[in-house]
Design a protein around this ligand. Structure first.
Ligand SMILES: NC(=O)C1=CN([C@@H]2O[C@H](COP(=O)(O)OP(=O)(O)OC[C@H]3O[C@@H](n4cnc5c(N)ncnc54)[C@H](OP(=O)(O)O)[C@@H]3O)[C@@H](O)[C@H]2O)[C@@H](O)CC1
Ligand SMILES: Nc1ncnc2c1ncn2[C@@H]1O[C@H](COP(=O)(O)OP(=O)(O)O)[C@@H](O)[C@H]1O
Ligand SMILES: [Mg+2]
Length: 277
């Protein structure tokens, strides 16, 4: 198994062109967040913004709007239950995150269906959390033209592929990834990335990360990186590394690492990696 290390990130974080502008830095849509779990999609959107995405929109329940703008007026809002607006919003984006705090109701299923069906072959879909659970239930079919990146934790992975924890091996995970025709970021300690026929193991991460929202945050970093970095595989590996690298640094002096703390550190740590070239 290959290791995800610092060198990959140093290679990957680009020096920005002098004349670049927001449209070239990734147009991201993060979809999810019921009235109960708005925090999940706000963290996803914030992570995309702080990882350098040029334009970020969050599609969520109306009730989360004020909270979203209190955290970041830079982020645009749409109501995820207004399907015409959601279809339009999907069309204009480079990367779409679907699932954090999405819920498991009939309304959640409709949102997921709309996003999957509206995505085109040039777009990347990061499928996380409740979107994985809804697909595992089988009531929504995974019919999409978008490139899919699944980001399950172990519980979601078992649900999705229908295998018990004791039956999971690198080989069975690779087979499942092949069947899904997708990239899989299998989160854990450590996180593994299944991409093409390679398997990578992350070398950062620690137990201070065991706080709700840590995975929601990773989805935003993945989206932000894929939006800015042409080599998608390198972008994914770097996002996985940097998310937990920041947590490792914080854990030197903090017993717990909050997802929002990781988010705030992103621009500074990215500056350091870009300067290390
Ligand atoms: N602030 C917010 O708005 C937040 C909103 N959030 C949103 O909540 C939604 C539900 O997501 P979820 O992950 O909390 O619950 P769910 O899908 O039921 O999975 C749990 C099941 O899987 C199993 N399991 C096995 N291994 C596991 C592992 N390594 N890590 C975790 N679980 C593991 C576990 O087994 P057990 O621990 O019971 O043995 C249990 O049976 C989702 O939309 C998410 O985005 C959260 O992000 C929190 C912050
Ligand atoms: N003990 C640990 N060691 C390393 N990484 C961890 C540990 N606990 C949590 N994490 C990381 O935190 C994230 C948790 O993701 P997830 O369970 O989806 O959280 P949530 O849905 O609450 O946002 C993953 O990236 C995982 O690798
Ligand atoms: Mg999660």
């Amino acid at each position: 198994m290959k290791k995800i290390n610092k060198e990959i990130v140093i290679d990957t974080i680009p020096i920005r062109d002098k004349d670049t502008y927001k449209n070239k830095m990734g147009r991201i849509l993060c979809v999810g967040g019921t009235h109960e779990k708005g925090g999940a999609i706000i963290m996803s959107g914030l992570a995309a913004l702080y990882s350098g995405a040029g334009l970020v929109t969050v599609a969520t329940d109306q009730v989360n709007r004020t909270s979203l703008h209190t955290h970041a007026p830079e982020i645009m809002f749409i109501d995820m239950y207004e399907s015409d607006n959601l279809i339009e919003a999907v069309k204009e984006k480079d990367v779409i995150v679907i699932g954090p705090g999405l819920g498991l109701t009939e309304k959640s299923r409709e949102v997921l269906k709309t996003v999957l069906q509206s995505a085109s072959g040039e777009q990347y879909l990061i499928i996380d959390a409740d979107a994985i659970t809804l697909l595992a239930e089988g009531k929504v079919k995974r019919e999409t033209n978008g490139h899919c990146i699944f980001t399950p934790h172990l519980g979601e992975w078992q649900r999705l592929i229908g295998l018990n924890k004791n039956k999971l091996t690198v080989e069975s995970n690779q087979q499942a990834q092949k069947d899904l025709q997708s990239i899989v970021v299998l989160k854990g300690s450590p996180t593994q990335v299944y991409v093409d026929s390679d398997v990578f193991e992350n070398t950062t991460g620690n137990p201070s990360q065991a706080t709700g929202g840590m995975g929601d945050t990773l989805t935003g970093i993945l989206a932000g990186f894929i939006g800015q970095i042409p080599n998608v595989k390198q972008a994914i590996l770097s996002a996985v590394f940097i998310h937990s690298y920041i947590a490792d640094q914080l854990a030197e002096t903090h017993y717990v690492t909050l997802p929002t703390q990781v988010i705030r550190e992103l621009p500074k740590v990215m500056r350091n990696f870009a300067d290390a070239k």
